[in-house]
Design a binder for this molecule. Structure first.
Ligand SMILES: *Cc1c(COP(=O)(O)O)cnc(C)c1O
Length: 237
């Protein structure tokens, strides 16, 4: 087996074990392969193992990789933008990605709705929630998420799918789970509000290589794994 195939197995095994530990069905938890900084041929290696969903943080890098993989015949991969998006870069997301997980402002949502090409499926979006209150951090405050959800759900060409969060790294399982549970609470609140236009609200994107077990314990339906699959990332200049 290649190194990537071994790592892919390891990650699947971790997800399965984490689900079993809390009595969840492993089918409830999807895997997003975070391929930022890794070249297109690494993506193709993981795609050959059956992985469909890939996450990119840096827009231009992601757009280039999407084009390379499409040109190589990988036309059914699903691409998630999981990085910050400036207002002047929304067109790259609207025209090239299938999902945006880091929506945290009405202005960005409106631009995406205007720019999403009519021939593409609606852009699937998650609202990013800032669960640990870092003032410089992306994400809406938990008590502002429902209001944003109501706006986003009404916009054409966007489909609001859930909530995502990137808490600061925490040293132990209980602290990690407690932070993830704050995002879970926001997810449950929006779902309970039965926001009109939000009928496919099913995605709680929580957990990375270091904390996926705690995220699954908190109810994650999508873990975003980069280094656990592809190896240590080169430092970005
Ligand atoms: C880089 C990144 C990940 C993956 O992180 P790893 O620790 O390498 O698994 C997940 N989510 C987001 C938003 C990221 O930026």
């Amino acid at each position: 087996m290649t190194t990537i195939a071994c790592k892919f197995q390891e990650v699947r095994t971790r997800i399965d074990a984490a689900c079993r530990a809390v009595g969840r069905d492993p089918c409830e938890v999807g895997l997003l392969a975070v391929s930022k900084t890794f070249p297109a041929d690494c993506v193709a290696q993981v795609a050959r193992l059956g992985q469909q969903a890939f996450g990119e943080n840096y827009l231009q890098e992601g757009v280039d990789k999407i084009a390379q993989l499409r040109a190589a015949g990988w036309t059914s991969l699903v691409w998630h933008c999981i990085g910050p998006v400036q207002a002047n870069k929304t067109r790259l997301v609207a025209e090239h990605f299938d999902w945006l997980q880091t929506l945290d402002r009405e202005k960005i949502a409106r631009r995406l709705a205007d720019q999403r090409p009519a021939q593409l499926a609606p852009l699937q979006v998650c609202i990013q929630v800032n669960v640990d209150g870092g003032a410089n951090k992306a994400g809406v405050a938990p008590d502002e998420a429902l209001a944003l959800a109501r706006v986003v759900a009404q916009l054409p060409r966007l489909c609001l799918r859930g909530v995502m969060s990137i808490p600061e790294p925490a040293p132990d399982f209980d602290t990690q789970r407690a932070l993830h549970l704050r995002a879970r609470k926001v997810f449950d609140e929006i779902r309970a509000a039965a926001v009109p236009g939000c009928e496919r609200f099913d995605t709680l994107s929580l957990g990375m290589t270091g904390d996926l077990e705690a995220a699954i314990a908190a109810g994650s339906t999508l873990v975003r794994v980069g280094s656990g699959l592809f190896g240590t990332r080169p430092q970005r200049a």
